[in-house]
Design a binder for this molecule. Structure first.
Ligand SMILES: *Cc1c(COP(=O)(O)O)cnc(C)c1O
Length: 367
């Protein structure tokens, strides 16, 4: 019999380790350069900000339940059928719909070694068991995923481009994965950084080809609206219709929808952010490599700096903090010898590289 003397959460809930977000403050520094949360250093589109401000005049009105204009705008810009799009409070909520709809107690969720730290939280929240699969040199390994599939597997998470690795799986590898997975297993392709990759979203193509694929995207990264919480998912109609049953009718406010709609329609701002990011990403990577710091080619809005040791990564992090610069330690992603660095403005990048350059010169002097 269950314990009737106290409230007891469902199995799995107390196994959840609380999410740790990128830090925003350093004691003793008033103007911290925050390169720890993959935020857009250019803010958001001015049109999105204007739409948000305009929404302030009608806060008494309930929002539309069908997200029609926002889905139409996303569909128009990406060439997609709006009926196959579902919007959520960040893409995190879309992932949550999928977990609630398809995954339950005792089921297994396959997550790759350096996968996004929200996935185990989402799995545990529905009583499922996260099964961690190794990556190969910081790249998602399709064969390792397929080898981990059991009778209990219900969902596979792939982040592409990866966070915090920045590496990317190509369409051929993804297709091999989707083709080999049994059709009752949901394959989630999380494309939070896709706009920075400068190519078509292979997750969208996969969702067109397979009924068990959900591709997700977000307004938090290139659109600079992380503070507003909007994301979306794309799949074939039957899958979207399942997720729609779980979505709360008023999950998105007018302000969220109006700002997101204006943001996606401002293609010039998006193109500017993508091009600046690509240019400065090259600069950062080359500068790091010249200093003897490892750095894979990144397809996202950050680079992963790989140091000679965990201790050296810690010392560099400390030197950056001393200079008022916050980057992301990624011990929690099983990369303790690395630091994830968001691409800032050109000035930000130069300041960062100067500081790391000073640190490496000091390290060489200490040898
Ligand atoms: C930032 C990020 C997201 C976006 O989450 P939102 O809920 O849309 O803000 C999703 N997946 C990954 C891997 C991310 O890094």
């Amino acid at each position: 019999m269950s314990d009737q003397s106290a409230l007891v959460p469902k199995p799995g809930i107390m196994d959840i380790a609380l999410y740790v977000s990128g830090e925003a403050k350093i004691a003793g520094h008033d103007h911290v350069l925050k390169l720890s949360a993959n935020e857009n250093p250019h803010g958001c589109s001015p049109a999105a900000q204007a739409a948000f401000e305009a929404a302030a005049t009608a806060l008494n009105r309930y929002p539309a339940t069908d997200h029609g204009p926002l889905r139409a705008a996303i569909g128009q810009v990406h060439g997609l059928d709006p009926e196959r799009i579902i919007c959520g409070v960040g893409s995190d909520e879309v992932l949550q719909f999928a977990m609630q709809a398809f995954v339950g107690a005792g089921d297994e969720a396959i997550i790759t070694r350096h996968g996004f730290s929200m996935y185990p939280i989402l799995a545990r929240a529905v009583g499922a068991v996260p099964v961690i699969v190794e990556e190969r040199d910081r790249r998602v390994d399709v064969d390792a995923i397929l080898a981990a599939v059991t009778d209990r597997t219900r969902v596979v998470f792939v982040t592409n481009p990866g966070n915090p690795t920045g590496t990317m799986l190509d369409s051929a590898a993804l297709d091999r994965l989707a083709a080999a997975l049994p059709p009752h297993i949901l394959l989630i392709h999380d494309g939070a950084y896709m706009e920075f990759a400068g190519c078509d979203d292979p997750g969208i193509a996969l969702a067109d080809a397979y009924p068990n694929v959900l591709a997700t995207r977000t307004f938090s990264k290139i659109y600079g609206l992380g503070g507003l919480r909007i994301g979306w998912g794309y799949a074939q109609r039957p899958l979207i219709e399942v997720l729609a049953r779980i979505r709360q009718p008023f999950n998105l406010s007018n302000a969220q929808m109006d700002a997101a709609q204006a943001a996606v329609l401002d293609r010039d701002f998006t193109a500017f952010c993508r091009d600046e990011n690509a240019r400065l990403r090259d600069f950062l990577r080359q500068s790091l490599v010249q200093m003897g710091i490892g750095c894979d080619e990144s397809h996202a809005n950050f680079v992963l700096a790989r140091f000679a040791s965990t201790e050296q990564a810690r010392r560099c992090d400390a030197a950056l903090r001393e200079a008022g610069i916050l980057v992301r330690r990624v011990d929690g992603y099983h990369l303790p010898d690395c630091l994830r660095i968001t691409i800032g403005t050109e000035d930000d990048c130069r300041r960062l590289i100067d500081t790391i350059g000073g640190f490496m010169a000091h390290e060489r002097g200490a040898e």
